[in-house]
Design a protein around this ligand. Structure first.
Ligand code: UT7
Length: 333
């Protein structure tokens, strides 16, 4: 069944913010037992950006949103809603959306955070677009930001080399008929939660000296379990979404997958029978920035003129939860 919105809604501006500090694979090989060849061939990552200690999600999220506002040519006071997606909020509460609202001066907006890990941006885009289509709000600033360097355990080489820090933002509002979001498919399967999670720090296991000593405030990942599921769901869902809308890989101008591992991305592109030149790849420079991978990839793709008004673009993600999803849209400007 197609998931059509009640009105045409799409993205009308993009922005991004990365911290300046570049951490290469060779830099990592100086602090843990790893090497550039392993990381590059197993993941496609060459380098990532990490913040300086003391930098919170809002400090990347607010400049990214401001850039999206500037690119759209509107003021922060014209936003009705700020929707932030993150697994690394500034604080558990209040929401990071509140901090970003204050930093950009969005004086007429309400705001909240949404947590769906690596699928967060797709869920937030659908949520924002549905609210706009229903008429409850006119303009939404959607921010995907993660400061993964604050939750990786440098003693876990299989996981810590994968992640980077970054923020991407988009403006969501009504667009011309025939443009914007055409269809989406999102799912969760909570039985996969044990394969990628942070064990402590929530209500189930509050922080104690013991949880800190046991390193339970870091990401715990069963890499191969996540890999298997990610390959299947990203590939199957992207293909299913194309099929049910009568499109083939030929029709697609750009495929923008979540950037977790180049091997997962290649498998999804293959399933779409897509020419590799039509897949957006930035994992080599920025690694896996969790919810920020898709909005930053969109920002860069638009800047590189890889899509234009009316072009068909597919987005796909998979992450902790398990959560996954795919979205099909026609670029709106
Ligand atoms: O965005 C959230 C979703 N997350 C993902 O999509 C991540 C999905 N998982 C993956 O991308 C892959 O499973 C990894 C990249 C994490 C691991 O790749 P793999 O091909 O599954 O490797 P592996 O875990 O099976 O490890 C293979 C070998 C092991 O050595 P032995 O036991 O064969 O001697 C590891 O100890 O590679 C070793 N290894 C490393 N060697 C050098 C693991 N990490 C490293 C490392 N450097 N950083």
């Amino acid at each position: 069944m197609n998931r059509r919105l009640a009105a045409p809604v799409g993205i009308t501006g993009t922005g991004q913010c990365f911290p300046p500090r570049v951490v290469t694979n060779d830099d990592l090989s100086k602090i843990m037992e790893t090497n550039d060849e392993w990381i590059r061939t197993r993941t496609g990552i060459r380098e990532r950006r990490w913040v300086e200690p003391g930098t919170g999600a809002s400090q990347l999220g607010a400049p990214a949103l401001q850039m999206a506002l500037d690119n759209r040519g509107i003021k922060a006071s014209e936003l009705d809603l700020i929707l932030v997606t993150t697994v690394t909020p500034d604080t558990l509460f209040p929401a990071t959306a509140c901090r970003i609202q204050d930093m950009v001066g969005a004086t007429n907006a309400f705001g909240f955070d949404l947590n769906a890990a690596c699928s967060g941006f797709l869920y937030a885009l659908t949520t924002a677009a549905s609210l706009v289509a229903a008429g409850g709000v006119k303009r939404v600033g959607v921010v995907g930001v993660d400061i993964m360097s604050t939750i990786i355990n440098l003693e876990d080489r299989a996981t810590s080399v994968l992640f980077g820090d970054g923020a991407g933002a988009v403006i969501v509002e009504r667009v011309e008929e025939g443009l914007g979001i055409l269809d989406f498919h999102h799912r969760v399967d909570g039985s996969g939660g044990c394969f990628l999670y942070m064990p402590a720090g929530g209500s189930l296991k509050p922080a104690t000296a013991e949880t800190v000593a046991a390193k339970e405030h870091y990401i715990h990942q069963a890499g191969s379990e996540v890999f298997k599921n990610a390959v299947r769901e990203m590939a199957d869902n992207s293909r299913m979404l194309m099929d049910r809308n009568g499109f083939t890989g030929e029709d697609l101008k750009l495929f923008v997958p979540h950037q977790a591992n180049i091997r997962i991305m290649d498998a999804a592109a293959k399933r779409l029978e897509l020419d590799p030149s039509r897949m957006m790849v930035n994992i080599d420079r920025f690694a896996n920035t969790t919810t920020a991978t898709i909005p930053t990839a969109l920002h860069q793709a638009f800047g590189e003129k890889r899509m234009a008004k009316g072009d068909l673009v597919a987005l796909a993600a998979f992450g902790a939860g398990f959560t996954w999803g795919a979205t099909l849209l026609r670029w709106a400007y």
